[in-house]
Ligand binder design. Structure first.
Ligand code: ATR
Length: 278
């Protein structure tokens, strides 16, 4: 029986066991996927020891994604670009790390909007400059856009992101402060929130969409609530919206394939199952 895990601290709110448990049942596979709470001080030891406990690999979540990046033996190109690892597996005795938020975000856009959505998108505006923003920029910069503008409260973090991901990119990257968002909005045909603003207890995102292009796409990676204030404002203006739940589901696909050998499908039934839990 193949065993996988999600490791974090705290971990009890992770929805990943629901997702992988659903797929294990759906595909009639003998396997398990369990939550493991590991404090940061013990993470290095966990990384070395999980094989001997019979695990094939697992997901890594807050606060261990950077430690996992540093602790693995090999990394995929997308993990290198993001600087964080959220998926681990063993291949020919080597501990590998991947960042599946990158294909997860893009697969969610493609499945919600249909492939080819990027044809009319010249400029994207990404709000935030943390790990999630890096995954979004790493995914979007593989598409034939002209420009990605990264807006962040702490301008230096946006500048670091642009420097780290900009070299060798055919898409021009630029950094700006939150105050410059109003100037960027009229050109932005893809607008993505990667900050935690809009979640319960957090202020709404300070973004006025009234001057956004009429064919703009607005995406949020926050999925609690599913309709964030940003997405509600976009929908009220008739803009296309992409919610954050799909990214959570799609980012789980590559890990499941690595550990259990089946490429699972993100179905409306799975979406409804997770929706009922949030
Ligand atoms: P993640 O890995 O989910 O991206 P993170 O690395 O902590 O998380 O990044 C959080 C992002 O939300 C950052 O861009 C942060 O801005 P700063 O770099 O200035 O901290 C942004 N953020 C969080 N709270 C914010 C707030 N109240 N106003 C504006 N931006 C905020």
């Amino acid at each position: 029986m193949t065993k996988a895990f999600v490791v974090g601290h705290p971990i009890k709110h992770s929805r990943s066991p629901l997702i992988h448990g659903y797929w294990l049942k759906q595909y009639g596979l003998e396997g398990s996927y369990e939550r493991i709470d590991v404090a940061p001080v013990n993470f290095g030891e966990f990384l070395k020891g999980f094989r001997s406990q019979g695990f094939a690999g697992g997901n890594v979540t807050i606060p261990h994604k950077e430690a996992a990046f540093l602790g693995v033996e090999r990394r995929t190109a997308q993990a290198e670009r993001v600087g964080a690892v959220n998926t681990l597996w063993i291949e020919d005795g080597v501990l590998w790390g991947d960042n599946t938020d990158v294909p997860g975000f893009m697969a969610n856009l493609d499945s919600t909007l249909g492939t080819g959505w990027e044809q009319d998108v010249d400029t994207a505006l990404v709000l935030g400059a943390g790990g999630a923003a890096r995954a979004v920029v790493a995914g979007v910069q593989d598409r034939p856009l002209k420009r990605i503008v990264v807006a962040n409260r702490t301008l230096s973090k946006a500048e670091d992101l642009v420097r780290d991901l900009g070299s060798g990119s055919s898409v021009a990257l630029a950094a700006c402060a939150l105050e410059a968002i109003p100037q960027a909005i009229p050109q932005a045909r893809l607008i993505v929130n990667t900050t935690s603003l809009g979640m319960p207890g957090q202020p709404p995102l300070p973004v006025d969409l009234s001057r956004a292009p009429r064919d703009a796409i607005v995406a949020d990676i926050v999925y609690v609530p599913l309709e964030t204030p940003l997405l509600a404002a976009a929908a009220a203006q008739g803009l296309r919206t992409v919610d954050g739940l799909g990214m959570l589901l799609h980012q789980a696909v590559p890990g499941f394939r690595r550990w259990f050998g089946v490429t699972p499908k993100v179905t409306p039934e799975l979406r409804a199952l997770i929706l009922a839990d949030i």
